[in-house]
Structures are given as C-alpha cells and as structure tokens.
Design a protein around this ligand. Structure first.
Ligand SMILES: CC(C)(COP(=O)(O)OP(=O)(O)OC[C@H]1O[C@@H](n2cnc3c(N)ncnc32)[C@H](O)[C@@H]1OP(=O)(O)O)[C@@H](O)C(=O)NCCC(=O)NCCS
Length: 178
C-alpha cells in the first residue's frame, strides 16, 4: 500500500494512502456525514449508517483489487481530510474513467483538492490509459468546477434541471479532461 506525505499551502502535513484499508469506517462515517450536514453538492444525499459505510469500504477495496478503481485518501491526525477516486466504466464504457472528490470542510481552500485531483489524474492515465477522463458536477458548485477547469477539464454538456437538492432542480455539467 502506498503512503506518502504531502504539505498543504499553509504547511499542514497530510498522509496520502492509496486504499481505504487502514482508515477506520467510523472516520469515513464522520467525514461523509459532516458533508451531508452542511448540504455539500455530492450525489450522496443523506447521512450514511455504519453498515452502509462498511459496505462502501469493502466495495472500494474490491474494485481496487480488481483493477477497476484508483482511490486516494488524505489523512491528518487519524481524520479523513479528503478523498478522491477514479473508476473505470463497464462494457463499452470501460475506457471512460470517472473522477470524484470531496475535501472535509476545515481542509478546504488549502490546496488539497488540487493536489488529489492532479495525482488521481496522473495515476489514472498511467494505470488505465483511458480514452476519456470525465466527471459530472452540479452547476451551482462553483468551487468544484473552478478546480476542475484549473486542472484541465472542459465543459462538454449541460443537463438542465438534473440534480435535485431540497426539492429544487439544478443543472448538471459534464466535463472532460482535455
Ligand atoms: C470542490 C473542492 C473539492 C475543492 O477542494 P479544495 O481543497 O478546497 O480546493 P483547493 O484549495 O485545492 O483549490 C484549488 C482551486 O479550486 C478552485 N476553488 C477552490 N475553492 C473555491 C471557491 N470557494 N470558489 C471558487 N473557486 C474555488 C480555485 O480555482 C482553486 O485554485 P486557486 O487556489 O488558485 O484559486 C471542495 O470544496 C469540496 O470537497 N467541496 C465539497 C464536496 C464537493 O463539492 N465535491 C465535488 C463534487 S462534484
């Protein structure tokens, strides 16, 4: 298992792991549920249970072992500071790789998102040699699409009235790495 240290803009050191194996499920639960509480623009919609999170962790480990997924988790003082992933599609989509990322509230604006994105892209290119690296993002989530533009993604499609949040519909942007 890979483990490397990285320094954020303010000098904070984080450890980056390429599997969730060593990170306790309760830490993932705290990380994801804090984001649900703040109403983050994730596809995930409600708080998870311990059982769901255990299942999620097992599923990620299995996908990594089967060569279908790349995962990077950033940890600081035992807490999950952020995580990113790149997952191959299936069948005729197998060379299209989808990226996802989420940084914990107090670690935002400190370069961690950019660091994880750039590393995930580099590893995905090397490991999967994909045709396309893409992602989707809710249009109001400007912090996210600004980050994606910064690392080389460009908007290729806009699906109006696509993402539901608190009873309202918002556009979803599809972006591809150019
Ligand atoms: C979007 C997210 C991943 C950004 O991570 P981050 O660690 O805060 O980003 P960084 O500090 O590395 O910033 C990198 C770039 O992103 C953009 N960015 C980050 N935060 C921004 C903000 N609040 N407003 C506008 N642009 C922003 C900027 O281009 C920034 O570059 P700059 O510092 O040169 O201006 C983070 O806010 C997050 O996880 N949000 C909640 C979950 C989420 O929305 N995930 C994405 C779902 S599609």
């Amino acid at each position: 298992m890979l483990s490397l240290k990285a320094k954020l803009k303010d000098g904070t050191e984080v450890e980056i792991l390429d599997s969730p194996e060593k990170i306790p499920v309760r830490e993932y639960l705290e990380y994801i549920n804090a984001m649900m509480e703040e109403g983050a623009w994730l596809t995930h919609k409600r708080k998870s249970t311990m059982k769901e999170e255990k299942f999620w962790k097992r599923d990620v480990i299995s996908k990594i072992k089967r060569g279908r997924m790349i995962y990077l988790g950033a940890v600081r003082g035992g807490k999950v500071a952020g995580a990113s992933s790149a997952e191959k599609g299936v069948g005729r989509n197998e060379n299209n790789v989808c990226i996802g990322i989420a940084i914990s509230g107090k670690f935002r604006g400190n370069g961690l998102g950019e660091l994880l994105m750039r590393r995930t892209i580099a590893v995905a290119k090397e490991k999967f040699r994909p045709k396309n690296i893409f992602l989707t993002v809710a249009e109001p989530n400007k912090a996210a699409w600004k980050l994606y533009e910064k690392v080389g993604f460009r908007k290729i499609a806009r699906f109006p009235d696509w993402i539901e949040k608190d009873g309202k519909y918002y556009a979803q942007l599809w972006m591809v790495l150019k």
